[in-house]
Design a protein around this ligand. Structure first.
Ligand SMILES: NC(=O)C1=CN([C@@H]2O[C@H](COP(=O)(O)OP(=O)(O)OC[C@H]3O[C@@H](n4cnc5c(N)ncnc54)[C@H](O)[C@@H]3O)[C@@H](O)[C@H]2O)[C@@H](O)CC1
Ligand SMILES: [K+]
Length: 509
């Protein structure tokens, strides 16, 4: 499990570190790591380091300071370095002096010979000469989008980019982008992940993320967000022991689909079957179709006839009319954990009396996409973590908010993030698969927060397998969005066993 921190928490940890180690020493540690990875990128891109050229884009704060110091270190390895200063009078003084001492060049972004875009001739030249650009425009203190000159410089970059701390233009707290954003090949950050590395566009714009040690390890407070890795998911995923029978991993009930639209019933039940070795019961008008598609499912016509289950997956394809409402009410009053998705969320949003059926002592999971979330709790806005957290508290439910990155909030305030890009609404039926997975994990008695995040993780791995026919790192889906374009929900469903065994294979490795 990896911790993730907001800018405020990073600053608090830094302050504690500064009580023991002088701030300039810490900055030089950070810059050293930046220089080491610049050299690596130069080698990868050009085959060597000495004689190559690095251009630093330097903003008004310590982020620019890191870049300037890194430039000074690179000079000692024979690299040509030019700093392009965005705000010359506020460039980090010690860093600038160090670069100059080391023989680095310094030019102004808006210097002489500016073209119509306002960029000076020397800055244009520096970008043309570069084998690598270092983004030291702005870091943790960024607010709103890049200013015009910075945006114009970024637009002109045509070589690999190493971002210091975070890709400039991305909001440090929410990861959202506003206008031009640095598209980094590598981001070197310090001591631990920041929220923008795992949320929104930031998760993909950052490229490869390197967490450099600058001595912060003993100074962190509790992480603001957590992220599961393949091994965490593999370790909690229920596997049958030799003496288990079909009941011991829990029985999940699926209330989904209709006679006219049986697809949701088949996808949700199929995912539940693939998830664990527990038993799956289906209750609804698509019983015949489910029975023939998945003979291992015990299918009946209504929730009342289904027999005992340890959790219900409800919602996909049940409709938002009277019969859908009836199904949802029966499930909510059954006294077992419920995962409510799709039409069930719309029903909960539109008819507050449905909530009266809920047994307050049993866990409820809601898995809205942005549109469903808006109906339920209002526009999530750019701070999706805050939105999910407050909805979880308000509804006393675990809320999984689908989006570019998936955020899961528990009613007690814990938040888990799945950073892998996902095109949820673009793939019909992909949400149904998740609903089945979560139901099966709830039935096996996993903590709803862990159940949701684990299901989302396996769903991403399966999407990756379905989209690419494989995956490069065992158990780790791509961050670049390729997991977001699976061929469809059926290949996604078919890839679940492979995804689960891939994730499980990482345990203890
Ligand atoms: N405090 C320290 O000594 C350390 C800080 N570190 C670095 O320091 C950074 C934070 O430094 P600062 O707090 O000085 O601030 P930044 O360097 O993030 O930002 C500096 C200034 O940029 C301007 N700015 C804000 N938004 C902008 C935008 N959208 N477009 C253009 N300019 C904008 C603002 O005037 C802001 O004060 C971290 O991200 C990290 O890179 C590291 O060196 C580790 C140690
Ligand atoms: K940056």
């Amino acid at each position: 499990m990896q911790g993730v921190w907001t800018p405020e928490s990073v600053r608090a940890a830094e302050q504690r570190l500064f009580e023991q180690v002088a701030e300039p020493t810490v900055m030089r540690r950070a810059a050293w790591a930046v220089a080491v990875h610049c050299a690596r990128l130069l080698r990868d891109a050009t085959g060597g380091v000495p004689g190559r050229h690095v251009t630093l884009l330097v903003g008004a704060g310590n982020n620019g300071g890191d870049a300037l110091w890194a430039g000074a270190f690179l000079r000692r390895r024979g690299v040509g370095v030019t700093a392009v200063l965005l705000v010359p009078e506020r460039a980090h003084a010690e860093g600038l002096a160090a670069l100059r001492r080391a023989g680095g060049g310094v030019v102004e972004a808006e210097g002489a010979g500016a073209d119509t875009s306002g960029i000076g001739a020397e800055a244009v030249e520096a970008l043309d000469r570069a084998d690598l650009v270092v983004d030291g425009i702005v870091g943790l203190s960024a607010h709103s989008g890049l200013r015009p000159t910075a945006a114009e410089l970024v637009r002109r970059v045509e070589v690999p980019v190493l971002a210091v701390d975070l890709p400039s233009g991305v909001d440090p707290t929410t990861g959202t982008e506003d206008g031009v954003v640095v598209d980094a090949d590598v981001t070197v950050t310090f001591g631990g992940l920041r929220a923008c590395h795992v949320l929104g566009a930031g998760a993909t714009r950052a490229g490869e993320i390197v967490v450099a040690d600058i001595g912060l390890d003993d100074h962190w407070g509790r992480p603001d967000l957590l992220m599961l890795d393949a091994e965490d998911v593999g370790a909690v995923w229920p596997v049958p022991a030799p003496d288990d029978d079909k009941y011991s991993q829990g029985v999940v009930g699926v209330a989904a689909g209709s006679a006219t639209y049986p697809g949701a019933a088949v996808l949700t039940s199929g995912a539940a079957v693939a998830a664990t070795s527990g038993m799956v019961r289906y209750a609804g008008p698509a019983a015949d179709v489910v029975r023939s598609a998945r003979p291992e499912v015990v299918a009946t016509g209504s929730v009342g006839d289904a027999g005992r289950v340890q959790a219900w997956s409800v919602g996909p394809g049940i409709g938002t009319g009277g019969s859908g409402r009836e199904v949802l009410v029966r499930v909510l009053e059954s006294g077992v954990p419920v995962i409510a998705d799709a039409d069930a969320i719309t029903l909960l949003a539109e008819d507050s009396s449905v909530w009266d059926a809920r047994d307050p002592d049993t866990p409820l999971v809601l898995t809205p996409h942005a549109g469903e979330f808006s109906r339920l709790a209002g526009d999530p806005g750019t701070d999706r973590v805050a939105a999910a957290r407050s909805a979880a508290e308000r509804f006393d439910a675990t809320v999984l908010l689908k989006g570019h990155s998936t955020v899961v909030a528990a009613p007690d305030g814990r938040v888990l993030v799945n950073a892998f890009a996902h095109a949820w609404p673009a793939t019909a039926g992909s949400g149904d698969v998740l609903t089945g997975l979560i139901g099966a994990l709830l039935a096996s008695d996993l903590d709803p927060l862990i159940a949701c995040a684990s299901a989302a993780y396996v769903h991403s791995v399966a999407a990756e397998i379905a989209a690419t026919g494989g995956h490069t790192v065992p158990g780790a889906p791509a961050r670049d969005g390729s997991a977001g374009s699976p061929a469809g929900a059926s290949p996604l469903l078919a890839a679940l066993p492979d995804a689960i065994s891939t994730v499980r294979s990482t345990v203890g490795t």
